[in-house]
Design a protein around this ligand. Structure first.
Ligand code: IVH
Length: 737
């Protein structure tokens, strides 16, 4: 009698074979789901296969493969980005612009697409022929990436960087489901059961150039969800993509809806390509998703027509695009044309004008966001732009209103660019009204709760500072209950939302008035489809609330959701104070504020003995003082006393600590922030302050660095004039060490 083989699957396959088969099947279903949008199996069936593979891989660590589909959920965070030197430089494309009506008039141009015609004429001259075969495709507004496959396995993925050297982002790219990790398993048409022998082998070396992006719909959904959770939203899909690819933790990346499309070739060893079509055929065989629609043209007229079609239909694409790329089809002709150090001569990107329409600004309304920011919204006479009716546009903040001299009743030019939210470009016909003032309009009060509003130093946004503002109630209660705050088990966003909706809670401290019956009967659903919270959950919440009463001071401080008062600042405050009462009347905080306001900014001797870390700076001190002096803050103190809750420090140590202000990387450095960054400016402000730096609102000769994102016109100009160093997020990271 033979021994049963514990490692064989029931159909007699060896673990090696079964693992290979499962990997192939899972990648096949990934492709059907993520690239072709034609899934063939249910999520549950997919999960079963996935778990079987996970188990087998656990049993057979010797068969480990970094390109296994099980790695797509994200592995361990990396320490930092290593560099990849591109085997073939990643060049840029020369832009040619669609001219605006004003530019056509000013330049006396025959038509808006003259620059494109001139590009085609250069091709004619260099190739000595009139008709040149080209392809035309949309330009994807994403992040350029190089995928290098060796013998069909993803060897690395890298960003463009400076074109010669880029960042290794393999850990993040592995999580993108539409990117095949192992080309030996993904040959098109090869159903999981089809024989291995009819798979063509992938080329030994294949470097694919393409674009990673966030599909428009997925971007909108992700932003809506982030907003719900009180997290900062991204300005546009491109920023969201760039920010995501900079993550060190691939588990975060795995949760973001990134996609990939190929558009070019880098290093290559294999059957030679005669035209771009040969290359496309290889991509299709290997199931590497490529950019589409793709148009072919053999004459100038056909080329212009294809470009016009892309311009007309581009709003139906699922990615942001601001142009069309025209490329010579024949690879021998490409070689003949060559490249400058910057860009090939065989391609051009024709940049479309964003679609604009004139309409009337009927009114401006103020929305109070879930984090208390007052956002002015333009209410417009509805107008059709880029295939959708636009009746509202964002005005961002008072700075923007002032810069554009926005008055209610004016005629305005509205634009809907790649960004999902329409914007006002300029006023075309001003009304007689005064320039709109947010502060005057709301009478200095929050339109949601009539609480005080304030504009923090360094920020243009007006913000409601009322702890009890109903617009912020759900956010504040969820934050109060979150794991890192008071950790109220079972009290998430949905419950917080229901508590506020049914009038049981207005502020976080109202949670302590809840009884078991109210909680158990809480309807989380709708009137039509009610969903009871239930006794068990109610008991869980009450138990956690009981436990919260004796949680340490730093948790309580953090739970209050005071601006800038993050976890580390809360910890540092509880090191410096024994209890909440001491924080409320803190001499240390008062001193920090005085120190900051003092004209002579020398280091304050009084504070030195405390060796305060950069986590608590003047900005935090100011917001804490303002909070406890406000009605809301006083209410919190009174209510806590009534509830007999006395938060006390568990790390009180007012003596000189190890940490020394002078040793922080940004000590003594002053920053100004401008433009669109990958995160909220306040996040960067906190980061800089936590490392000993200071953030101010305007550029002066005392400014050390301007941290500049996209845009940021006037501050950038001023910094350039004053010779202030202008840095990006990467350089900030370097400064932080
Ligand atoms: S072809 C030598 N096709 O735009 C470069 N590029 O602004 C040939 N891009 O670096 C590139 N969509 O990352 C090509 N359909 C497309 C594209 C595209 C976006 C990016 C690409 C390039 C950048 C230049």
């Amino acid at each position: 009698m033979t021994e049963p083989d514990l490692f064989s699957s029931p159909d007699g396959k060896s673990p090696v074979e079964r693992i290979r088969e499962l990997r192939r099947q899972l990648e096949h279903h990934n492709r059907l789901y993520y690239t072709d949008a034609t899934p063939e199996i249910s999520d549950a069936e997919y999960d079963t296969l996935f778990r079987e593979l996970e188990n087998l891989e656990k049993l057979h660590p010797e068969l480990d493969d970094p390109n296994s589909p099980t790695r797509r959920v994200g592995g361990q965070p990396i320490e930092g980005f290593s560099q990849v030197s591109h085997p073939v430089p990643m060049l840029s494309i020369d832009d040619v612009f669609e001219l605006s009506p004003e530019a056509v008039a000013a330049q006396n141009a025959p038509r808006p697409d003259v620059e494109l015609i001139e590009f085609y004429q250069r091709l004619r001259k260099n190739l000595g022929r009139d008709d040149i075969a080209v392809t035309i495709e949309p330009k994807i507004d994403g992040v350029a990436v190089s995928l290098l496959y060796r013998d069909g396995k993803l060897h690395y993925a890298a960003t463009r960087g400076d074109g010669t050297t880029g960042d290794d982002i393999t850990h993040n790219v592995r999580t993108i489901r539409s990117i095949p990790l192992d080309l030996t398993t993904t040959v098109a048409g090869a159903s999981p059961s089809s024989a291995l022998q009819d798979r063509p082998a992938p080329p030994p070396l294949l470097e694919i150039r393409g674009e990673i992006f966030m599909p428009n719909a997925a971007f909108a959904a992700m932003n809506a969800e982030r907003d719900e959770q009180g997290l900062p939203t991204f300005a546009n899909p491109r920023n969201a993509t760039a920010g995501t690819l900079k993550q060190l933790d691939p588990k975060i990346t795995a949760k973001r809806p990134l996609a990939f499309l190929a558009h070019g070739l880098g290093a290559y060893q294999g059957e030679p390509f005669h035209t771009e079509h040969d290359f496309h055929r290889l991509l299709d065989t290997l199931t590497i998703p490529r950019n589409q629609p793709l148009f072919n043209a053999t004459t100038l007229d056909e080329t212009l027509a294809a470009v016009a079609t892309i311009n007309r239909d581009r709003h139906d694409l699922d990615y942001a695009t601001d142009g069309a790329v025209v490329k010579v089809l024949d690879h021998a002709e490409r070689r003949q044309l060559g490249a400058t150090s910057r860009a090939p001569r065989w391609a051009a990107a024709y940049k479309f004008l964003p679609e604009q329409q004139e309409t009337t600004l009927l009114d401006i309304t103020i929305q109070v966001g879930r984090t208390g920011v007052l956002t002015p919204v333009a209410e417009l006479e509805p107008v059709l732009i880029s295939g959708s009716t636009v009746s509202r546009a964002t005005l961002h903040n008072q700075d923007e209103i002032d810069r554009k001299q926005i008055r209610i009743g004016s005629k305005v030019l509205v634009e809907k660019a790649g960004e999902i939210i329409p914007a006002i470009v300029k006023v075309t016909e001003p009304s007689a009204n005064p320039v709109y003032s947010i502060f005057d309009h709301v009478g200095g009060k929050c339109p949601s709760c009539s609480g005080p509003i304030s504009q923090e130093e360094g920020f243009v946004a007006w913000r409601c500072t009322n702890f009890q503002c109903p617009a912020q109630a759900v956010t504040r209660i969820s934050h109060f209950a979150s794991r890192k705050a008071l950790d109220i088990d079972g009290l998430g966003e949905t419950v917080a939302e229901a508590l506020v909706r049914h009038g049981h809670c207005h502020t976080p401290l109202d949670l302590f008035n809840l009884d078991e019956e109210t909680l158990a009967n809480l309807n989380l659903g709708t009137d039509e489809a009610p969903r009871r919270f239930g006794e068990k959950n109610a008991a869980k919440v009450l138990k956690s609330l009981e436990k919260a009463r004796s949680k340490p001071l730093n948790r309580w401080l953090f739970a209050m959701g005071i601006r800038h008062l993050g976890e580390s600042a809360a910890k540092e405050l509880s090191r410096l104070h024994q209890n909440l009462t001491e924080v409320v009347s803190s001499e240390i905080l008062a001193e920090l504020i005085r120190d900051n306001r003092a004209v002579a900014k020398k280091k304050n001797d009084l504070l030195l003995p405390f060796a305060i870390t950069g986590d608590v700076g003047p900005a935090v001190a100011e917001t804490i003082a303002t909070f406890f002096a406000s009605e809301a803050g006083k209410h919190v103190i009174t209510r806590l006393a009534e509830l007999a809750i006395h938060p006390a420090s568990d790390n009180y140590l007012p003596k000189p600590a190890e940490a020394d202000l002078t040793s922080l990387p940004l000590t003594g450095k002053t920053f100004v922030i401008t433009g669109t960054l990958t995160q909220d400016r306040s996040a960067f402000k906190s980061l800089i302050e936590s490392k000993g730096g200071k953030v101010t609102g305007s550029v002066s000769k005392n400014t050390d660095y301007l941290l500049a994102g996209e845009g940021g016109g006037s501050k950038r100009d001023k910094a350039e004039k004053l010779g202030v160093a202008i840095i990006g997020e990467d350089q900030l990271a370097t400064l932080l060490g």
